[in-house]
Design a protein around this ligand. Structure first.
Ligand code: AVI
Length: 316
């Protein structure tokens, strides 16, 4: 078993500076990448088990239904399979079982979570070289030099692209395009536009798991930034903003209050929110256009029967 861990050290300072500048802004905001500390990554796994959060189940069903066509369309032997934001490396097992890549490169911002899941995966796939890379893929980064520059297949499932604003999404796709080389591919899953009630329920699961995920950001402020914030004085709010084609998540202050973070004070009005996440939804045509703008050619797209989710294969 070959297993290597490359720690490209997502800068810790980043959290402190982002929170201070985000809470000083108007409207207040904190970037969604900060959801994923070890606890947040586990809560996200629990979100994926909620029946209302249809994303993982429908995406899996698309992979299962169209497995043969997807694999035939990939047309690449002995690929180097690279997964930005790999999290628990669950979805990729479908590909690992069938594509038999020459190398798997999970990347994630959460070092501990990545270390544990990549080690588990390496143990389950003896003979597969696994090079885990701890990196913040929302910022410029270079892949370690021992990852061959040819036959790269990027795998970006779960609609994570939707968490970028469209301009950032193009920048991110362009960066993958430049890393992919001339024989590269990108297999990407993206959530589609659909009735608002379905979307609203997916981000307001009755078990409160998404609420816990959102509120965990405030726990991070307490633990890591010496903040006196009381999560009980905030509430989770998520809704579909149809005009902008996105789910928005916010943490809403239940009352007027002052919150301290590392010696800085921030005043909240009752009802004032911290905007914590956008999750953009794209029709297949919109995604194709975005990819085209980033230098990718759309090859194929697969959807489920209701058209709730799409999987696109893009070629360099
Ligand atoms: C990771 N990402 C694609 C999820 C989404 O649907 O935007 C994050 C999430 N936030 C709340 N539920 C899930």
């Amino acid at each position: 078993m070959t297993y290597r861990f490359h720690d490209c050290q997502p800068e810790f300072d980043d959290f402190h500076h982002s929170v201070i500048s985000g809470l000083s802004a108007s409207p207040k905001q904190i970037a969604p990448k900060f959801f994923y500390d070890e606890v947040g990554s586990k809560i996200f796994d629990a979100i994926c088990d909620q029946p209302e959060y249809y994303v993982p189940a429908i995406e899996r069903s698309i992979f299962e239904t169209h497995a043969e066509d997807i694999l035939a369309s990939l047309q690449v032997q002995d690929c180097h399979l690279i997964e930005p934001g790999a999290g628990s490396s669950v979805k990729v097992r479908f590909l690992l079982d069938r594509v038999r890549p020459a190398m798997y490169v999970p990347m994630d911002i959460s070092a501990e979570h990545l270390r544990a899941s990549a080690a588990r995966l390496a143990a389950d796939y003896p003979g597969l070289p696994v090079h885990a890379v701890c990196v913040d893929h929302t910022k410029p980064y270079a892949l370690p030099s021992d990852i061959p520059a040819t036959r790269r297949v990027f795998f970006y499932p779960g609609s994570s692209l939707g968490n970028f604003d469209p301009a950032e999404a193009i920048r991110f796709l362009r960066d993958l395009r430049s890393k992919a080389g001339d024989d590269g591919r990108l297999l990407i899953g993206i959530d589609t536009k659909k009735p608002a009630d379905v979307l609203n329920l997916a981000y307001n699961d009755p078990a409160g798991v998404t609420a816990a995920f959102n509120l965990n950001l405030l726990e991070r402020l307490r633990k890591e930034l010496a903040s006196d914030v009381d999560p009980a004085r905030f509430e989770h709010r998520a809704f579909y903003n149809a005009a902008r084609g996105r789910i928005e998540m916010h943490l809403v202050s239940r009352e007027a209050q002052r919150v301290r973070v590392n010696g800085n004070s921030f005043d909240f009005r009752a009802g004032e929110s911290i905007h914590t996440e956008n999750s953009y939804k794209y029709t297949p045509d919109e995604l194709r256009q975005l990819a085209w703008d980033a230098g990718w050619a759309g090859e194929k797209v697969w959807l489920d029967d209701k058209g709730y989710f799409s999987v696109h294969l893009l070629k360099a």
